[in-house]
Ligand binder design. Structure first.
Ligand code: IPE
Ligand code: IPE
Ligand code: MG
Length: 246
């Protein structure tokens, strides 16, 4: 039995989020420049998007560029933005063929014009797709997202649109970039780093965390299956006791 057959389809995580890390180290190991790693990373993106749709994951969110990544060398940032445009143009077919709706979270106004417009175009073209939602986190930072939400909620209180007492989890959810997404069930990070790097801090409150040493350009369908099987062998207790669950 291969690992795909071991996945229980009735126990899939509804929302999988991935911190795609390790492109630079992958390239370095091969004596190549970092950008070579990013180019190869896009192949893993396609593989994982296809695999997720095939299995029946409803929501896949990929951390592609953080608010902190703007601090990288200018040339690397420019290349990443060019790669984004190239991938969007190339992968629109993959999205349509698999009935995948593209979405994006982050401070999208920070993106170069070309990347921004290409992104909006693909989002628009795929808006009626319904099999899976693929969300790209671009110029995304969780703290920035929370600050924006707090400001908007405070303004609503000030303008008497809502009362302080009515502020609850659902109101906070509604003010985040992820307002249309459920909480994350499984968070995967590749490359051996075990940190969150300002990704979905509120949304991962009860996510299962899965860290693997595999570098992102080497992370393929089989690696995703392994992560899913690992997830399915965990007991998610949400504060209760094991006995209460059974
Ligand atoms: C992840 O790979 C891609 C982005 C953050 C854009 P890295 O570029 O961080 O690769 P490492 O961590 O330097 O190996
Ligand atoms: C996190 O990776 C951001 C993305 C994967 C897009 P980084 O490689 O930028 O994270 P740190 O800075 O090493 O934590
Ligand atoms: Mg990194």
């Amino acid at each position: 039995m291969n690992s795909k057959d071991q996945i229980q389809l009735n126990k899939l995580p509804n929302h999988v989020a991935i911190i795609m890390d390790g492109n630079g180290r992958w390239a370095k190991q091969k004596g190549m420049v970092r950008v070579f790693g990013h180019e190869n990373g896009t192949k893993s993106v396609r593989d994982i998007v296809e695999a997720s749709a095939e299995i029946g994951i409803k929501h896949l969110t990929l951390y592609a560029f953080s608010t902190e990544n703007w601090k990288r060398p200018k040339l690397e940032v420019q290349t990443l933005m060019k790669l984004l445009v190239k991938s969007l143009k190339k992968e629109i077919k993959t999205l349509q063929d698999n009935n995948i709706k593209l979405s994006a979270i982050g401070n999208l106004d920070d993106l170069p014009k070309k990347a921004h417009s290409e992104l909006l175009e693909v989002i628009d073209k795929t808006k009626n797709n319904s099999h899976m939602t693929l969300t790209l986190a671009l110029s995304y930072g969780s703290r920035e997202e929370i600050i924006k939400a707090v400001k908007n909620i405070a303004a609503n209180v000030k303008n008497n649109i809502i009362s302080i007492e009515s502020i609850d989890e659902s109101i906070i959810n509604k003010h985040l970039y992820t307002q249309n997404l459920p909480d994350v069930d499984l968070l995967i990070r590749t490359s051996g780093e075990q940190r969150i790097s300002n990704f979905l801090l509120w949304q991962i409150a009860y996510a299962e965390l899965y860290f693997t040493d595999v570098l992102w350009p080497d992370f393929k369908k089989e690696n995703l299956y392994e992560a899913l099987i690992n997830y399915q062998n965990r007991e998610r207790r949400f504060g209760k006791t094991s006995e209460q669950l059974s």
